[in-house]
Write a protein that binds this ligand. Structure first.
Ligand code: PA5
Length: 341
């Protein structure tokens, strides 16, 4: 019998508090959208600069924007960035060297620039250069501050007519999901799935708008649950990844494929999932499906994202670890700062 109360004591970093507030944080963050100045209008494309927990906002935005958006996780910018590009730097800490490097380079190429951060060197640079920046509340882990990094962008793009859906429409389904995933919930599907994923290597598959969501599941399982996980996207994975199933029984017996599904999946993607399920079964490989809920594809994608965050939270507790600390990331940053290899 699971002693959830005892397991919750592992959550010393209070990830639960951040997680349960996601729908309200999203609502508050939509209000921050009006801080993005109107003079940024008229851009032809946008580049979101960021790493890790700060970068995922760019990936989600890119799937819903009516103008081209890419996320750059690098020190350098693509060659095509010019005066018509909106450059959005996102760094929760404001200290991430890749983001700062690419942003400095971008300031020489476009004047359409904005940043989202809690402060640090990024805020200082913006103040120095007279660049608008959206203040993000401190006190979270970057990955737990996603609402504050994503929803101002969704709100801004929606206001400019660059997103079809109303981002506010996702709030009600997110609240409902949050309530169902709370530790007090009688039918907690997130906890159930976490129990299934214990001692497994989750392999999360998404398609189109759920591809970055699959990536988020992978990174949340890594960072919260301290557990290995993989991800891939359809239809691309049908052209390479599936060949790796051939030796999976010998090398990957703990693998468990999770298909992230929506009612908006392309019919040919849906067909591919059915075939893949047969292939996996014939090889004795485990799989399951998780369906997003909500009226729109934006709702369903963010529903799946939030659900994955809950699953990774419970998986951390089942693994006996505090979901919050990410020591290997901090140690690596320290070593880089100290100039050691
Ligand atoms: O989850 C994390 O802590 C990391 O992935 C960070 O987001 C990443 O290292 C970048 O830092 P920041 O978000 O402060 O720019």
């Amino acid at each position: 019998m699971l002693d959830l109360e005892a397991l919750l004591r592992l959550d010393e970093g209070r990830m639960l508090q951040a997680l349960r507030g996601f729908p309200e944080q999203a609502e508050r963050a939509l209000g921050l959208a009006c801080r993005v100045p109107n003079n940024l209008q008229g851009f032809k494309n946008a580049v979101v600069l960021g790493m890790g927990g700060s970068a995922i906002a760019g990936d989600i935005l890119a799937k819903f924007s009516l103008v081209p958006v890419i996320t750059v996780r690098d020190y350098r910018l693509p060659a095509w960035v010019n005066t018509e590009t909106l450059l959005i730097a996102i760094s929760y800490s404001g200290e991430t060297e890749e983001t700062l490097g690419a942003f400095r380079e971008g300031l020489r190429r476009t004047q359409r620039t904005v940043a989202l951060t809690t402060g640090g060197a990024l805020a200082a640079l913006c103040e120095e250069e007279g660049i608008p920046w959206v203040p993000v509340p401190p006190g979270f882990q970057p990955r737990a501050a996603l609402a504050f990094l994503l929803f101002p962008l969704l709100g801004c793009f929606a206001r400019l007519g660059y997103i079809r859906e109303d981002p506010a429409s996702v709030l009600a389904p997110l609240r409902e999901l949050r309530d169902a995933c709370l530790p007090t919930s009688a039918h907690n599907l997130a906890l159930d799935l976490a129990q299934t994923l214990r001692d497994k290597v989750p392999v999360v598959y998404g398609a189109g708008p759920t591809a970055p969501v699959a990536y988020r599941w992978k990174t949340q399982i890594n960072e919260n649950a301290k557990q290995p996980a993989c991800w891939a996207e359809l239809p691309e994975l049908c052209h390479n990844e599936i060949v790796g199933y051939e030796l999976a029984d010998r090398l990957f017996s703990q693998g468990l494929v999770i298909f992230l599904r929506t009612s908006f999946d392309h019919p040919r993607v849906a067909k591919r999932v059915e075939i893949l399920k047969e292939v996996l079964s014939s090889r004795g490989l485990a799989f399951l499906e998780v369906w997003g809920e909500g009226e729109s594809i934006l709702s369903q994608a963010l529903w799946l994202l939030h659900f994955g965050d809950w699953v990774s939270f419970y998986l951390a507790l089942l693994n006996g670890v505090d979901p919050t600390p990410v020591r290997p990331i901090q140690e690596l940053k320290q070593r880089l700062k100290a100039g050691t290899s």
